[in-house]
Ligand binder design. Structure first.
Ligand code: SF4
Ligand code: SF4
Length: 231
């Protein structure tokens, strides 16, 4: 009915307004004052309710696991005292091909014998052009590029500060596990499954019949991630 939507919207606003006071009274009754540390921790978490003013940048709201800003490249965790670790990117170029605004630029490495090296010598993303769609991360077959949660990237530099190079883009797996624990776990499970499946195939090489089924199981494991059933 015409106008009902406005009334519903107002009811939701009033509910949030009231909730914010109820929350304050609840936390004040526990901590003896409003906006104590415990209350702020809850307010800035995903459990926060009501309408509240966030005193950014001192206060920040937690972002959900699926939040995505600009991409970063996953590496192994460096050994103590080391800066670099194994990079997961194989320089296959798929992310650059699927990127709608074409803001990824990769230079593949070369081995001493002149053959292509399966890692990028250079990797750049122009984050001013990136539209945060996440397609690069969706399409990467090696889980090597992920969407970051760091959104505080503004700067006064109008030249190259927003063209992120390999060093700026590289972050260890532990960082990905920290910002997206459930997704990272689901991806690790799918990788394990794929690896086990490969080993199984190697063991059974020559026996006909079950390969299409194995492939189907691999695909199902991958689909669980993308359909969000595992996180
Ligand atoms: S990030 Fe992934 S898709 Fe992009 S080049 Fe590296 S391995 Fe390929
Ligand atoms: S998030 Fe989208 S626009 Fe940004 S680099 Fe990836 S594919 Fe390109």
């Amino acid at each position: 009915m015409y106008g009902l939507g406005i009334l519903k919207g107002m009811a939701i606003t009033i509910k949030h307004f009231v909730t914010s006071y109820v929350d304050d009274i609840f936390w004040a009754s526990r901590g003896g004052r409003y906006y104590n540390d415990a209350a702020l921790t809850v307010r800035q978490s995903l459990e926060g309710r009501g309408v509240v003013t966030v005193f950014y940048p001192e206060e920040k709201l937690a972002v959900p696991e699926r939040f995505r800003f600009v991409p970063f490249l996953v590496t192994d965790d460096p050994a103590p005292g080391q800066k670099w670790a194994h990079e997961w990117c194989t320089s296959c170029g798929i992310c650059a091909k699927v990127c709608p605004p074409q803001c990824i630029w990769i230079k593949r490495g070369t081995q001493p014998n002149g053959r292509p090296k399966p890692e990028p010598e250079e990797f750049y993303i122009d984050i001013d052009i990136c539209m945060n769609c996440g397609l690069c991360a969706e399409f990467c077959p090696f889980d090597a590029i992920k969407m970051d949660h760091d959104y505080e990237l503004a700067s006064y530099d109008r030249t190259t500060a927003h063209i992120h190079d390999k060093e700026r883009l590289s972050k260890p797996l532990s960082y990905w596990r920290e910002i997206a624990p459930r997704k990272a776990e689901a991806e690790a499970a799918a990788r394990d499954f794929t690896e086990q499946s490969k080993q199984k195939k190697k063991g059974k090489r020559g026996e006909a019949g079950d390969e299409p089924e194995d492939r189907l199981e691999e695909l199902k494991a991958r689909q669980l991630i993308y359909k969000g059933q595992l996180y």
